[in-house]
Design a protein around this ligand. Structure first.
Ligand code: PLP
Length: 393
């Protein structure tokens, strides 16, 4: 059996989105900015896809949804855009607040800005992997220009208090950005109801194609263009539009938001079943258990078992999981969440993330429970440290 439980890294394309994209690789390949028939005939489809995205996230008509190549680009555009537009002309307001557990497209960009004089506060998570609104408020100073906080964490699935933080920022006149990559299709996102200035997402995390994403910008919060060139996107982000992928992203977004209930009922039930079974293995910790979490994610740590070893055994059984974010998989560093929550350093290398999707089946979960439990027994039996650790507990 082949079981894919790494949906926080990427997802398979929604079969309906794939079908809907096909004509745009074949007969409907015109450039939508061209004035001839080939160009003009694709425009209505483009408008329909954009409209679907505005509807899915309840985006007011006057706000912008800029198409980008991915969430990494969107996150860079917000942070560097704020730097150029607000911080450079007014260095008295050069402070950005974020969390210690953002995706590298936020964390690394902020380290780069810090090297260029920006003051950044990385607010730590608590023992559940949660960051409270109070902790963010405590980090805000007179100099704060922006708060950037992810909506849901990619490793634990822990959901952060976005509504509360957005309101605080609004009251204090501070800009607010959220990386909603792991929230779309799992949490209700309503851009008319929550005072968010900037929001980013990536299509391949919700069964759309890879290499396409978006940046929501509230009216009045426009950022300088970082990709100069043609007049696409109203001159706000140049580059020929990838029509097929925009069509795919539009449909995938509509479908994911339409399946929110299924995600929160059926996918949650399967995740909880998996979690309950794996938590019975002695000396395991489910990270983020006491906090609100997305319904599809399970981060589990087994004392005495290297995450990489577990991954290897699962892979042999045909199961795809991960030890953390795919972006960090080339380095064998400790899982940053395990370090951030301040757990025993011995546990830092033991985390395994299993992330489901609405295409995950009960049979796949049952198979995973058996294979994972067997792998844990095997690895514990050959672990030189486990006996000692168990006694120390
Ligand atoms: N933000 C979060 C929370 C993510 O999980 C990811 C991808 O793992 C990204 C941003 C970056 O997405 P992309 O690689 O599509 O740019």
């Amino acid at each position: 059996m082949r079981v894919y439980l790494d949906n926080n890294a990427t997802t398979k394309i929604d079969p309906l989105a794939k079908v809907k994209m096909q004509p745009f690789f074949e007969e409907l390949y015109g450039n939508p900015n061209s004035l001839h028939k080939f160009g003009m005939e694709v425009r209505p489809y483009l408008n329909e896809a954009m409209g679907a995205m505005y509807d899915a996230l309840n985006i007011p008509d006057e706000d912008d949804l800029l198409i980008t190549s991915c969430a990494t680009e969107s996150n860079n555009a917000v942070l560097k855009g704020i730097f150029f537009k607000h911080i450079l002309p007014n260095p008295a307001k050069n402070h950005i607040v974020t969390t210690a557990v953002e995706h590298p497209s936020i964390g690394e960009t902020l380290h780069f800005l810090a090297e260029n004089g920006v003051e950044v506060s990385f607010v730590d998570v608590d023992e559940r992997g949660y960051v409270s609104a109070e902790a963010i408020q405590a980090a805000i100073t007179e100099r704060t220009v922006l708060v950037s906080m992810m909506w849901a964490n990619n490793e634990t699935g822990v959901i952060f208090p976005i509504e509360e933080v957005a309101l605080t920022c609004k009251e204090k006149g501070i800009l607010f950005h959220t990386d909603a990559v792991q929230a779309i299709g799992k949490v209700k996102v309503d851009l008319s109801a929550t005072p968010i200035d900037y929001l980013t997402f990536s299509a391949h995390k919700f069964h759309g194609p890879k290499g396409i994403g978006a940046l929501y910008v509230k009216k009045g919060r426009e950022l300088p263009n970082l990709l100069h060139g043609g007049e696409q996107m109203g001159g706000k982000r140049a580059g020929t539009l990838n029509v097929a992928y925009i069509i795919g992203m539009g449909l995938a977004l509509k479908q994911s938001v339409g399946h929110l209930e299924q995600m929160n009922a059926e996918v949650r039930r399967l995740r909880d079943k998996l979690e309950a079974a794996l938590a019975k293995i002695p000396d395991t910790i489910v990270v983020g258990r006491g906090a609100p979490r997305t319904p599809n994610t399970l981060l589990i740590s087994l004392r005495g078992i290297e995450g990489e070893a577990m991954l290897w055994d699962l892979n042999k059984a045909g199961i795809a999981a991960s030890t953390g974010s795919a972006c960090a998989s080339e380095s064998l560093e400790a899982n940053p969440i395990m370090s951030a929550i301040g757990e025993d350093p011995e546990l830092a290398h033991t985390a395994i993330r299993l992330s489901l999707s609405r295409f995950t089946t009960e049979a796949e979960i049952d198979y995973t429970i058996t294979a994972f439990t067997k792998a844990a027994e095997r690895l514990r039996s050959i672990s030189s440290t486990y006996g000692y650790k168990a006694e120390a507990l």
